[in-house]
Design a protein around this ligand. Structure first.
Ligand SMILES: Cc1cc2nc3c(=O)[nH]c(=O)nc-3n(C[C@H](O)[C@H](O)[C@H](O)COP(=O)(O)OP(=O)(O)OC[C@H]3O[C@@H](n4cnc5c(N)ncnc54)[C@H](O)[C@@H]3O)c2cc1C
Length: 468
C-alpha cells in the first residue's frame, strides 16, 4: 500500500493517495454538496443494489477543518477570506439558512409534489432544521413574532429555518466524514481536476494534479461534478461540442443593522429575552418576484457564535444588554445573467443586472426600513452585497436544457452535474443549499439505477468488504 504523504494530520488519517483511487465506480469531484450527497447515495446503493460501490470524493482543497467552523471557537471571517477550497467546500462555514422555495415555485419543479415533500423532510431532519435553536422561543421571539405579524399581516412571518440542531450543532457534510471513511468511501484531498477525457460520448478518464505537483489519471465509471459554477466551466467546455448554454442566476442581497438600548423590549434579563431569528416571506409588487427577510435580534451578550447564526457579521463593545438587530434580504431576480456582455472580466460571468432589478433594490430596502422602524431601529444602515460575491450563484445549467431532470449532462453518458451548478429552470429566493441537497438525490437515484441495469455496461458493482 502506498503511504500517504499529506502535510496535515486529518489528511493522513482520512485521505488516500491518488494511485489508490484510480478505479472508482463513482467519482465525486468537489466536496460541498458532492460530499453531502454521499450518505444518501450509500444508503440507496445498499438498499437497491445490495452491493457496495467504490466511491471516491476528490477536492482541490485540503482537509483542514473537521466540522462547521461555527461549532468551534475559531473566527470564521479570516478563514472565509482565505478561500473556500477545502473538503467540505463552502458548507464548512456557510450561514445555515434553509428556507424552502415558495410553494408556487415548487409547483413548477418537474417532480411530483409528494416526492419532493418527502425529500425536503428527509434533508431537513438530517440538517436539524426542524429543531428550535438554543435560546430561542423566549421573550424576544414571542414579542417580535406578534409585532411583525400584526404590523405586516400581508406577509407570513415565522421562526427562520436553520441547519442548527437543538444542541446548537451546525450542520456540515464533514459530520459524516469519519463514518463514510469507515464504510470504505475514499477521500482525495488537494487533487485539482483539470482534464476530462472523452471517448464515445463517455468521460473515460479524469486527470488532475496532486499536492506533489505530479499529474495522476483516474478511470471512473460515473463522474459527479460538484465544484460550483465558475470552476465547472473549464471542465464542462472540454466535453461539450457546442457552446455551453449558460443560464446562471444570483440573488439580490441587502443587509441592514443597528442597535437598540437595553430595555427596548421590557425589563427582562438577556437569558429571558433569548434570541429571535425570524423569516418574513414577501414578494415584489409588480411581478410577484419572491424575496424574504431574515430578521435577527438578540442582546449583545447572546450575539455570540453559540447562539446566533452568522453572529460574526456584527461586532462591537458596549452594554451587554444592548440589543443588536440585523435584517438580511434575499431576493430572486427578474433576470438571469446575460450570456454576452461588454464588461471586460476575462470570459467569466458578468455581474450585471437589468433596470428592473436595480429598481427592485429600492422596493426591498423600503420594506426593510419599515420593518426596522417597527422594531424601533431608526435610522438603520444598509449594505448591499455585489452580485457573485454572496456565494449564492446557481443554475449555470438548467434541467430540460443542458441537463436532464436527473442532472445528467446531455450527450455524455456518465457525467452528472450537481445543483446548485445545475438547477431546475425556475428561479426563487430560497438560499441554494437545502434545495441543492434535495435535488441532488435525483442524481444519486439515477446513478444507482445505472449500476442496477444489467444492460448499461456499468453493472458489476465493486464489492467492498471494508466496514460493511
Ligand atoms: C459564508 C457563506 C455563507 C453561506 N450561507 C448560506 C446559507 O445561509 N444558506 C444557503 O443555502 N447557502 C449558503 N451559502 C452557499 C452554499 O454554501 C453554497 O450554495 C454551496 O456550498 C454550494 O455547493 P457546491 O458544492 O456547488 O460548492 P462548494 O461548496 O464551493 O464546493 C465545491 C468544492 O469543489 C472544489 N473544487 C473546485 N474546483 C475543483 C477542481 N477543479 N477539482 C477538484 N475540486 C474542485 C472546491 O475546493 C470546493 O471544496 C453560503 C456560502 C458561504 C461561503
Amino acid at each position: 500500500m502506498i503511504k500517504s504523504r499529506y502535510p496535515l494530520i486529518f489528511e493522513n488519517a482520512f485521505c488516500s493517495h491518488p494511485a489508490e483511487c484510480a478505479y472508482p465506480d463513482v467519482l465525486i469531484i468537489g466536496s460541498g454538496i458532492g460530499l453531502a450527497s454521499v450518505p444518501y447515495l450509500r444508503r440507496e446503493i445498499k438498499s437497491k443494489l445490495g452491493a457496495s460501490l467504490r466511491i471516491v470524493v476528490v477536492d482541490a482543497g485540503p482537509l483542514d477543518i473537521p466540522t462547521h467552523l461555527g461549532n468551534t471557537p475559531f473566527p470564521r471571517l479570516p478563514i472565509l477570506a482565505a478561500g473556500t477550497e477545502r473538503i467540505g467546500g463552502k458548507l464548512s462555514l456557510w450561514g445555515l439558512s434553509t428556507p424552502r422555495p415558495p410553494e408556487r415555485m415548487l409547483s413548477l419543479w418537474p417532480y411530483s409534489k409528494d416526492d419532493l415533500g418527502r425529500r425536503f423532510n428527509f434533508v431537513e431532519e438530517k440538517l436539524g432544521v426542524l429543531d428550535p435553536i438554543p435560546m430561542s422561543g423566549r421573550g424576544l421571539e414571542l414579542c417580535l413574532l406578534d409585532l411583525l405579524q400584526n404590523e405586516f399581516p400581508m406577509y407570513r412571518t415565522r421562526v427562520a429555518p436553520l441547519a442548527i440542531n437543538r444542541y446548537g450543532h451546525r450542520y456540515s457534510p464533514l459530520d459524516d466524514l469519519p463514518e463514510l471513511k469507515q464504510l470504505g468511501v475514499q477521500f482525495l484531498a488537494r487533487f485539482h481536476c483539470e482534464h476530462l477525457e472523452m471517448a464515445d460520448c463517455t468521460v473515460s478518464a479524469v486527470s488532475g494534479q496532486w499536492l506533489d505537483g505530479q499529474s495522476y489519471t483516474l478511470f471512473p465509471k460515473i463522474i459527479v461534478l460538484a465544484v460550483g459554477i465558475e470552476p465547472s466551466l473549464p471542465l464542462l467546455r472540454q466535453v461539450c461540442c457546442d457552446s455551453l448554454p449558460l443560464e446562471a442566476s444570483d440573488h439580490i442581497r441587502i443587509d441592514l443593522h443597528g442597535s437598540l438600548p437595553r430595555g427596548s423590549f421590557g425589563s427582562k434579563q438577556a437569558d429571558e429575552l433569548g434570541v429571535a431569528v425570524l423569516l418574513m416571506e414577501c414578494s415584489s409588487r409588480e411581478h410577484q418576484i419572491p424575496f424574504h427577510l431574515e430578521i435577527k435580534v438578540a442582546p449583545r451578550s447572546l450575539w455570540a457564535r453559540g447562539f446566533m447564526v452568522g453572529a460574526d457579521n456584527l461586532r462591537g463593545a458596549g452594554d451587554d444588554e444592548t440589543l443588536w438587530v440585523q435584517i438580511q434580504a434575499i431576493a430572486a431576480m427578474h433576470d438571469r445573467f446575460p450570456v454576452m456582455d461588454l464588461l471586460n472580466i476575462g470570459g467569466k460571468i458578468s455581474p450585471v443586472m437589468l433596470p428592473r432589478d436595480i429598481f427592485f433594490h429600492a422596493e426591498i430596502g423600503d420594506l426593510m426600513h419599515r420593518v426596522a422602524s417597527v422594531i424601533g431601529l431608526n435610522p438603520p444602515v444598509f449594505t448591499i452585497r455585489p452580485l457573485l460575491t454572496n456565494h449564492h450563484t446557481y443554475g449555470a445549467l438548467r434541467v430540460g436544457q443542458a441537463v436532464s431532470s436527473k442532472f445528467q449532462f446531455h450527450g455524455v453518458n456518465n457525467l452528472y452535474v450537481l445543483p446548485p451548478t445545475s438547477f431546475v429552470a425556475v428561479d426563487d429566493d430560497a438560499n441554494p443549499a437545502l434545495k441543492s441537497l434535495v435535488l441532488s438525490q435525483y442524481a444519486m437515484d439515477s446513478i444507482v439505477s445505472q449500476f442496477g441495469k444489467s444492460t448499461s455496461g456499468l453493472a458489476g458493482a465493486t464489492t467492498l468488504e471494508q466496514g460493511q
